[in-house]
Design a protein around this ligand. Structure first.
Ligand SMILES: [Zn+2]
Length: 265
């Protein structure tokens, strides 16, 4: 590899190049911002800076991360399913390897000690924190199954691997990160007392999330490939269909039905 200052110069030249190898406007419908290449901000030839950063954080140029409440019924179904099938060959194997993955993740460094470490190392530290927080392998397998079932059922979702992997990592990361404090007996007006809670999660970089999601995926995919439909069926029987199916709303990104399957016409 050429030295760093050469690589930097080459990158700069590519970003500011006048070659017409890019689109002028972002390809996300309704966006209209200039692409990073046309704005000379970066190499993205088809997307603007906003949508490039969106993809780094969420794993999709346009679909935002799922909230914990949206994932909840799928997690409940996955957890029940795992409980029933923990002795099944693939499930038992995944739980064993997830345990090993967390056991081998090294020390759970504090936030102050991870500055400057590689994304790979930081993803391992995230796993070590899950271990220290006593997160069981069943939770991680449950997250993988739940995220895949949710993305499969939600007709408005972005069903691509990158989005799935980042969403798995975000859900796992939420289990053990950040600063949480609760104060009880805070005096309120009228002599009452209340509770005050602060929950702060440091934002994990997109690259750390991709490494973390990939490590979890490697151990879970055999189970999820085989059984996510069973988990989805269990979720539907317990909680009903996804709201976007029972109560569909037009989204600006969904193609009109007549354009969706031109071969059917
Ligand atoms: Zn855009």
């Amino acid at each position: 590899m050429p030295p760093r200052h050469i690589r930097k110069a080459v990158l700069k030249a590519r970003i500011s190049s006048q070659v017409e190898d890019h689109e002028p406007k972002c390809s996300i419908p309704g966006c209209g911002r200039p692409t990073m290449r046309s704005a000379k901000q970066g190499l993205a030839a088809y997307h603007c800076r906003y949508h490039v950063e969106h993809r780094a954080r969420h794993g999709s140029h346009w679909h935002k991360s799922y909230r914990a409440t949206e994932l909840k019924p799928y997690l409940a179904a996955a957890s029940d399913w795992i409980e029933e099938h923990r002795d099944e060959h693939w499930v038992a194997a995944a739980l064993t390897s997830l345990t090993a993955l967390m056991d081998d993740a090294g020390r759970a460094e504090t936030a102050n000690n991870i500055r400057g470490l590689s994304p790979q190392r930081r993803a391992k530290i995230a796993l070590a924190r899950l271990r220290e927080a006593d997160i069981k392998p069943e939770r991680l397998l449950g997250i993988h199954l739940a995220v895949y079932a949710l993305i499969e059922e939600d007709p408005g979702s972005h069903n691509v691997r990158e989005f799935r992997v980042v969403q798995v990592a975000k859900a796992a990361h939420r289990l053990a990160s950040g600063y949480h404090q609760t104060w009880d007996d805070i005096p309120l007006e009228g002599g009452k007392t209340g509770r005050w809670e602060i929950h702060r999660y440091p934002r994990s970089s997109g690259r750390v999330l991709r490494h973390l999601g990939k490590m979890i995926e490697d151990e879970c995919e055999h189970v999820t490939d085989r059984y996510r439909k069973d988990v989805l069926a269990l979720k539907v029987s317990g909680f009903g269909r996804h709201p976007a199916i029972t109560n569909p709303k037009p989204t600006p990104l969904a193609l009109p039905p007549e354009r969706r399957r031109p071969s059917d016409r």
